[in-house]
Design a protein around this ligand. Structure first.
Ligand SMILES: Nc1ncnc2c1ncn2[C@@H]1O[C@H](COP(=O)(O)OP(=O)(O)O)[C@@H](O)[C@H]1O
Ligand SMILES: [Mg+2]
Ligand SMILES: [Zn+2]
Length: 314
């Protein structure tokens, strides 16, 4: 994986704080490639996680090697034509869907705006509750659904808005319609959105490699440890799970950082509602920096990962 330093950094932050992430970029920019490598920078599965994952695959009847334990974190990438039952589970008897097959791993939704509206709708509750209850013909089962949501989309229907070489052929109305398919409560569950631009020839021909590097994983593990310690008397484990009371306690900002966010709200068109999301990301960035305090640099970087909130994109 060459270049894309900004995207790699964002993915490291996302995995560190267990934040969901949306990647926006033209076709061929490497979004799928990046998504597939995310499990390589996630902490290894604990024995309990491996058992839980294996159990789900067993119930789903998709255990490849009978009797063996699944040790690799799942990576699920259902096609956008998937039904709501395929996504969350169902049938007689109720079987786990993609969100449970992705448990302890990654659920990758490529071409996010192409998914059926009802399929995106049914994701909201499991994203919140981290499990899914399925009731069919009087039988009710609950399956775990703790997954990292990774989504990708083009910036516009033709894919080339903001591209350096190609010209976008979409009208403003087309772009707005395309974006509006995912706006609202689902977007609210996604802490980071980043641009993944097409690489230049120079970058593509460079020799530099990596995202799954050992150093990244080490930083992720350290950041997770800091969070575990912070939340040991609370019922959460990661920064992404913070509620208002945690934010108040653990995300205090100095004057400089406060005025930076205020400026962002006023000038970039970022809504005040997004404030808490910026705080969560800034907290994770500070943890990666092994800093107790959230500093202005952390906040400045966090604001960069909210591109969809800006009125003018790219
Ligand atoms: N950063 C990169 N480093 C190496 N190869 C890349 C990179 N970005 C894209 N590619 C190449 O381009 C192909 C398309 O990338 P892909 O991840 O499918 O793009 P997208 O999902 O954004 O459409 C990949 O199979 C890979 O060969
Ligand atoms: Mg792709
Ligand atoms: Zn376009």
């Amino acid at each position: 994986m060459k270049g894309q330093e900004n995207a790699k950094r964002a993915l490291e932050i996302a995995v560190s704080g267990a934040h969901n992430i949306l990647m926006i970029g033209p076709p061929g920019s490497g979004k799928t490639m990046l998504a597939k490598r995310i499990p390589t920078i996630m902490p290894p599965m604990s024995f309990e996680e491996a058992l839980e994952t294996t159990k789900i695959y067993s119930v789903a009847g998709s255990l490849l090697n009978k009797g063996g334990l699944i040790k690799k974190r799942p990576f699920r990438a259902p096609h956008h034509t998937i039904s709501d039952v395929g996504m969350v589970g169902g049938g007689h008897p109720p079987r786990p869907g993609e969100i449970s097959l992705a448990n302890n791993g990654v659920l990758f939704l490529d071409e996010l705006p192409e998914f059926k509206r009802n399929v995106l709708e049914v994701l909201r509750q499991p994203l919140e509750e981290r499990r899914i209850n399925i009731t069919r013909a009087g039988i009710s089962v609950t399956y775990p659904a703790k997954f990292m949501l990774v989504a990708a989309m083009n910036p516009c229907p033709c894919g080339y808005l903001g591209d350096r070489i190609h010209t976008c052929t979409c009208s403003v109305a087309q772009i707005q319609r395309y974006r509006s398919r995912i706006s609202g409560p689902l977007l609210d569950r996604i802490d980071l959105h980043i641009e993944v631009p097409a690489l230049s020839y120079k970058e593509l021909s460079s020799k530099e490699e990596g995202i799954g590097s050992k150093e990244v994983l080490e930083r992720v593990l350290r950041a997770r440890e800091i969070q575990r310690e912070r939340f040991k008397n609370f019922k959460i484990n990661t920064n992404s799970e913070m509620q208002a009371s945690h934010l108040k306690k653990f995300c205090k900002l100095d004057k400089e950082s406060q005025s930076l966010i205020k400026d962002a709200v006023e000038h970039l068109g970022i809504s005040a509602r997004v404030y808490s999301r910026i705080l969560k990301i800034a907290r994770t960035i500070a943890d990666l920096d092994e800093s107790d305090d959230i500093k202005v640099d952390h906040v400045a970087e966090a604001i960069q990962y909210r591109i969809l909130d800006r009125k003018l994109l790219f």
